[in-house]
Design a protein around this ligand. Structure first.
Ligand code: HEM
Length: 396
């Protein structure tokens, strides 16, 4: 099948699913012209995430893509693009902030923020759902966890779009420049924040994650200032961009499937399975990567050590071998073992938090404004890796 992930165009970004279906059926272990492979079957994607001989270390790939730039420094220092032992150290330090007890403590804050946002929407009546609602809660929550002062919060979304946007398979020069500028500016801001926190270690409450990262130790090691800065940037980006997409994608899907929206309104108890279905059907992160560190075999094909692997999370989540009627959006789907948060040692650390945020955001919205409707065309972010809306005009 003639397809090159490194030369995708707008139509693939808008609607990759017909191509993913064709790949799954005709070329499930698809070789791109650069020698990398693109996997679209659930079993293959899952196997890669669970395999020991797969590396997340992107120093070589990002060296070629970014050169010695701030984007290179950022992405190669954050835990997501590293292997043990460094990955283990950062992950253990972060995990302390994401325990079930810590997250339970966040619930009243989440409810309070959403109630306040919904009050504001009531006054506005017509607004852009992404800007005025979907992005607000995740930004507030992750900023709270890292102690980012209010006056800086409006800038976070621009930074994360610029930094994460540079991870797309095809990146124009102006986007690279914007990404590099964002790392420098955001890094300077965090440098100040961390220094301030070092001098005031007892400022508990807000910013607890920052506290843990600065002063926490694992195996006798503390993070350096650079490691702290880059991992905080990553956490801030990971903490809100994908969750914004989850909330935006959820409303877009419910508006596109009014029968399913009605089902949720009739039975609010379906909110949990609705959020899982959105995660499956419109996964906020569509594509992942790994590097094979040993020769291995997939579907009878030999994949040599050193092969770069792209995993299609979006393709795996619509594999008919696992999901009945996979192209159907079904808010009551059970079971739903999607891979939106992947599996294995890099499984998303924020999965429980974003589920909480998604359920509260959409559940409360559907109750309070059941007649919400689109007033114009929704516009997707022009990215293949991250699937989410840039704007979604609505009226309540
Ligand atoms: C719907 C929302 C979210 C989705 C779909 C999502 C998805 C993912 C995925 C697919 C990965 C693994 C990437 C890889 O290794 O290839 C990941 C990793 C991660 N996510 Fe999330 N995420 C979401 C929300 C969050 C939130 C809210 C946070 C934090 C507050 C977060 C923090 C992290 C961290 C720290 C990692 C790195 C884990 C590691 O490398 O060990 N995520 N996420």
């Amino acid at each position: 099948m003639d397809f090159d992930l490194n030369a995708i165009e707008r139509n693939f970004i808008e609607n990759p699913f017909p191509v993913l279906k064709a790949l799954r059926e005709e070329s499930p272990v698809h070789r791109n012209p650069d020698g990398s492979i693109y996997l679209t079957r659930y079993s293959d994607v899952k196997a890669v995430y669970q395999a020991k001989h797969m590396s997340s270390d992107k120093k070589q790939a990002f060296g070629q893509k970014f050169g010695q730039t701030p984007l290179y420094l950022h992405h190669t220092t954050s835990l997501i693009f590293n292997d043990p032992p460094y990955h283990t150290i950062v992950r253990k330090l972060l995990a302390a902030a994401f325990t079930p007890r810590k997250l339970a403590e966040m619930e009243p804050l989440i409810e309070r923020i959403i109630d306040g946002l919904l009050d504001r929407l009531e006054d506005a009546q017509e607004f852009d759902f992404i800007h005025s609602y979907a992005s607000e809660l995740p930004t507030e929550i992750i900023s709270f966890m890292l102690g980012v002062p209010e006056e800086f919060r409006p800038r976070l979304r621009g930074y994360s779009m610029a930094i994460l946007g540079a991870l797309d398979p095809v990146v124009p020069d102006d986007r690279l420049q914007a990404g590099n500028d964002a790392v420098v500016e955001f890094g300077a801001l965090l440098d100040d924040l961390i220094n301030h926190r070092r001098k005031n270690p007892d400022a508990a409450g807000e910013g607890e994650v920052l506290q843990t990262l600065i002063f926490g130790e694992f195996d006798g090691k503390r993070l350096t200032q650079e490691e702290l800065i880059q991992n905080c940037i990553f956490l801030l980006n990971a903490g809100h961009e994908t969750t914004t997409s989850l909330v935006g994608n959820a409303l877009a899907m419910l508006l596109e499937h009014p029968d399913q929206f009605q089902k949720l309104k009739d039975d609010p108890g379906l909110i949990g399975s609705t959020i899982e279905e959105v995660l499956r059907f419109q996964s906020p992160l569509q594509i992942g990567n790994r590097l094979a560190t040993e020769d291995f075999e997939i579907d009878g094909l030999n994949i040599p050590k050193g092969t770069y692997i792209h995993t299609s999370i979006g393709g795996a989540n619509r594999d008919p071998a696992i999901f009945d009627n996979p192209e159907q959006f079904d808010v009551a789907r059970q079971p739903n073992k999607h891979l939106a948060f992947i599996t294995g040692i890099h499984v998303c650390l924020g999965a429980t938090l974003s589920r909480l945020e998604g359920k509260a955001s959409i559940g409360k919205l559907a109750q309070r404004f059941p007649n919400i409707q689109a007033t114009g065309k929704a516009e997707l972010n022009p990215l293949a890796r991250f699937r989410g809306y840039k704007s979604l005009p609505v009226r309540i």
